[in-house]
Design a protein around this ligand. Structure first.
Ligand SMILES: Cc1cc2nc3c(=O)[nH]c(=O)nc-3n(C[C@H](O)[C@H](O)[C@H](O)COP(=O)(O)OP(=O)(O)OC[C@H]3O[C@@H](n4cnc5c(N)ncnc54)[C@H](O)[C@@H]3O)c2cc1C
Length: 552
């Protein structure tokens, strides 16, 4: 052991989710150390569909433009739909135009951003760079060997694989983003549930000029039925960089020699003698599984460590990045003493049901795909929800006392705060741009009374709060129509207000200004930041009774 070290949050795993976790934590000002076993980030293009909700989070991190500027994102900006062919050069046998990008490309009503196809080997370095810029300590070639949690923190043993040196680190919390085979999950004895294994796939990344058999088609994925084995072609740049996913039986890994991969590519392309260069080959186990718990005391599971799902729907890495975003502000608020540790229990309560729902939807889409090639009934499974519903419409339980008695409709507590366009300093922005590191109270154009009352309530509790009153904010003059649309989309009147969490979810709303707006905001902040707990007369925690409606 060379040194005793301290950090606030130790993150195990430097994949998409661990890197996102490190970036979000540092963005919140939390000291964080990330360790990744591999000496480099993944060189293999794996996940690529970055959904609009994840793009909103990357936008908040200041990464939206950098992600859209990557080579894969620029090359695939207009790709849409999934097709099935005998071979790429041969007959097309099916086309799937629902559930995927083509019917949700116009997301202007829902989000200030949209889908982006950016391969993981380009996205991970951007997350690494941003986390590093924001102050995270990122150690490659370093593995977590063990972690013991106690009442006050976690003691972790790390190993620098290059030098073979060990090191003990003390952290307040550990986030295990150590992938589908999570050793942390296994060490904690946390089981999984779900449909289980769905197949083994070999991902072959290759270079070959497919411009001619491709023609003018620009798909997201192309199933190939004529090779005698279930496989699919995925474009990386629509020209000479591609992926071939090939299904195989466990034990057959060794048969994927370079020569066989070249033959498979030629067969899938339908071009004998095609010049093919295999870049990398990666086995991958597709499954639908969710961990039984996402938290064990001071240890949290995130990303594939918490849930795995087939790539149909491109939900996998997106769900993991959104786990990290959900957890980061909570850890930050607890570490700064602004929230009680009970807030951390909402991570499991909120994210596990989302994982269950999303895994179920990914598995349904996986089972539905043979329909495209006429190998299943013509009608889609009615249990399959539209993509935008899976991506945006999940709902967290409203904090006890945090609701206003109206549980349904847009702007209801527990739902993602809706996007409403704003003009700020002459530039087109979104209400989503108001939600960043602190809770935010947004009041309607007749809600001036909220401003001072809410600020005083927050200051009295020693918690941060940004307050925006739409009509009176010089930066957001906007036409009255925008305010009307803000009211409608949040289910409040012009004197009402909405309390939004730093992750952009509605914590509480008041349809109209109550008699004592300061008391209402104080109660709402307490319900948000100290869920289930409040201080009794003796200073000990007790269950907080629901306060019911605060609407006048
Ligand atoms: C071949 C392949 C293709 C995929 N295609 C898609 C797709 O098209 N769409 C989609 O949405 N999803 C896809 N996925 C899934 C998607 O890539 C994952 O959901 C996402 O990458 C999960 O990220 P993660 O960070 O949770 O886990 P991972 O990316 O698995 O990262 C975990 C990291 O933890 C590290 N690690 C493990 N143990 C330790 C330790 N003890 N100490 C330090 N580091 C450790 C590992 O080295 C690894 O880098 C694919 C996955 C694979 C493997």
């Amino acid at each position: 052991m060379v040194a005793e070290n301290r950090t606030s949050v130790l993150v195990a795993g430097g994949g998409m989710v661990g890197l996102s976790m490190a970036a979000f934590l540092s963005w919140h000002g939390v000291r964080c150390l990330l360790v990744e076993r591999q000496p480099a980030l993944t060189p293999h293009p794996r996940a690529r569909g970055v959904n609009p909700r994840t793009m909103e989070l990357l936008r908040a991190l200041g990464l939206e433009e950098r992600v859209r500027d990557t080579a894969s994102s620029k090359a695939l900006a207009r790709n849409a739909g999934v097709i099935a062919v005998e071979t790429l050069a041969g007959r097309q046998v099916g086309e799937l135009r629902q559930y995927f990008m083509d019917h949700v490309t116009d997301l202007g009503e829902l989000s200030p951003t949209g889908w982006c196809m950016c391969y993981q080997d380009e996205l991970e370095p951007l997350l690494y760079e941003r986390a590093s810029e924001l102050g995270a300590e990122l150690l490659l070639d370093t593995e977590l060997l063990s972690a013991e949690a106690d009442d006050t923190g976690v003691t972790a043993v790390l190993r620098d694989r290059g030098r073979g040196a060990g090191r003990t680190v003390r952290a307040d919390y550990l986030v295990a983003a150590d992938g589908a085979g999570s050793e942390t999950r296994a060490r904690l004895g946390i089981g999984t549930h779900g449909p289980g294994s769905l197949g083994h796939f070999m991902n072959v990344a290759f270079e070959a000029d497919l411009t001619e058999p491709l023609g003018s088609r620009r798909f997201i994925m192309c199933y190939v039925t004529g090779t005698g084995t279930r496989c699919a072609l995925l474009p990386v740049n629509n020209r000479d960089r591609w992926m071939l996913h090939v299904m195989y039986r466990p034990g057959e890994e060794a048969s994927f020699t370079e020569r066989r991969c070249v033959e498979l590519v030629r067969a899938a392309a339908g071009v004998p003698g095609l010049d093919v260069r295999v870049e990398s080959v990666l086995p991958w186990h597709s499954a639908g599984l969710v961990a039984d718990r996402f938290q064990d005391g001071r240890v949290f599971l995130a990303g594939d460590a918490a849930h795995v799902m087939p790539p149909t729907g491109a939900f996998g890495s997106n769900t993991g990045v959104q786990d990290a975003h959900n957890l980061a502000w909570k850890l930050a608020a607890v570490l700064r003493g602004e929230a009680s540790p009970s807030l951390l229990a909402t991570y499991d309560a909120e994210r596990r049901p989302v994982a269950d729902l999303t895994v179920a939807q990914a598995v349904l889409r996986h089972a539905d795909r043979p329909r495209m090639a006429g190998q299943a009934p013509a009608a889609p499974d009615p249990a399959i929800l539209p993509d935008e519903q899976v991506i945006f419409d999940y709902r967290y339980p409203a904090p006890a006392g945090g609701g206003d008695g109206r549980e349904a409709g847009p702007g209801a507590p527990g739902t993602r705060a809706p996007h409403v366009p704003l003009v700020v300093g002459g530039a087109e922005r979104s209400t989503l741009d108001l939600y960043a590191r602190r809770p935010v109270l947004v009041a309607g154009p007749e809600g001036e009374a909220w401003r001072g009352a809410a600020a005083r309530a927050a200051a009295g509790m020693g918690v941060p709060l940004d307050v925006h009153v739409l009509a009176a904010t010089p930066d957001a003059p906007g036409p009255y129509d925008a305010h009307k649309s803000w009211c409608e989309r949040h289910g409040v009147t012009p004197s009402g207000a909405v309390l939004v969490r730093p992750d952009g979810f509605v914590a509480w709303r008041a349809a109209a200004e109550p008699a004592d707006p300061g008391a209402a905001v104080g109660d709402a902040l307490a319900a948000l930041l100290r869920p289930g707990l409040t201080e009794d007369a003796a200073g000990g925690p007790r269950l907080r009774p629901p306060t019911g409606s605060v609407t006048p």
